[in-house]
Design a binder for this molecule. Sequence first.
Ligand SMILES: [Zn+2]
Length: 221
Amino acid sequence: MADKLGVKVQDVPPATFGGSNQSVTEPEFARKMLFTVFLGILQVDAATLGISLTNVNLLDMRHHKQRAKFEKFYMAWTNSATDVYINYEMYEQVAKKFPVTGVTNSVRNTQLWFVLALRHELHHVTQFNTSGRPRSYKAMCDFEKGAYAQDVQWLDANRTLLKNAGMEDAIFTAIRSGNDKAARDMDRISRLGTESAIKAAMVRDSNLPPHANIDELYEDQ
Ligand SMILES: [Zn+2]
């Protein structure tokens, strides 16, 4: 009778488990499990906040070719009109050492912060779908200016929703002022006139990691 109620694991072809019977090490597997749980949290919070994740692939930043550069800089990175890379390492670090004072629940607020970072990236997905990914630093700054400006508008319209989800006032205020400043910074930098001046300012202000050229950042993975 018990056999009829379930499937015996040994009867399931290996391909069922992720399409591969490649062995992975125990730490790799544990890390994959943690990332999957984190994605689940982001997906639930996105649904609660009315953020659609349709037509976007959420990927682990540890598999991005520029991982070594990106993991120190970004909560998430939009690489194309479909692919967004999530920085799990930064999630752990921020939750552990929360950079905003006056917040009681650092883990919950880090999760919500990441959902907002994801929402910002989804604006880039829309931009890339309409205009393609940025081919110049000026275009990148213009995209960022638009993305940060709409972040501020969305935050103002959804403050109560975020509070009900667990976001504390101190982090809301910090994120809002950070986004507002970033929109103004991007506007200023975008007006510098030459590509080399814009690139230098983006790196100097830690908006971009040191890198060779813009194509390197968006290389196909
Ligand atoms: Zn952005």
